[in-house]
Design a protein. Sequence first.
Length: 240
Amino acid sequence: MPTLGVNIDHIATIRQARRTVEPDPVAAAVLAELGGADGITVHLREDRRHIQDRDVRLLRQTVRTHLNLEMAATAEMVEIALDIKPDYVTLVPEKREEVTTEGGLDIVGQAERLTQVVATLQDAGIPVSLFIDAEPAQIEASARTMAQFIELHTGRYAEAPGEAAQAEELAYLKAGTEQARSLGLRVNAGHGLTYWNTRSIAVIEGMEELNIGHTIISRASLVGLERAVREMKQVIRGEF
Ligand code: PXP
């Protein structure tokens, strides 16, 4: 069975909505690990809309499982990764205007530059994963960069309209996993996975890690709400 990397970006999204100090992603990482997370994933975006540099630095010191840093393949981010040394880096495409990562990296179109970035990180002892769509040409190009991992983008599967379309996307992800493994790549997956659609991805032969964020943080906000309200009532009554 694959391991679970918990993406805690949206804890930071809530904090940044008020530019305050709560909730702290560092505390969230501790709780996620207590709950059984096998890894902690954060995306340090160029615009710092959620996770901040301070978070990544502190997480490096506090995470007891492994820290997966998602980042764009820019000079600034490579410098930060070389300094912080996460347990692995996932290179993702990034556009300022997007709400979340849309589509996978185009490895074919920027093979030379990405091969260079992969080499720089891996020479420093940081394994690299490339976030890509399960397209045969992108998988082949990923193997040529010498990256150790790919992360298959499950967004299209997650958003597929209806069972037939979802089954088609699932078959595509299975074939991609098989192709990647035959080329020596290790395979992770993520994006858009929920409590309802994750199991089918988890049983794909050879899948190593699932990176899941939004659905877990969403559920946490609801399963924790009743207790949080009860505790505020206690504060008002002077009982807390
Ligand atoms: N994997 C990658 C590469 C991502 O960019 C994201 C979103 O930040 C995720 C996984 C997690 O996606 P979600 O929040 O939809 O679970």
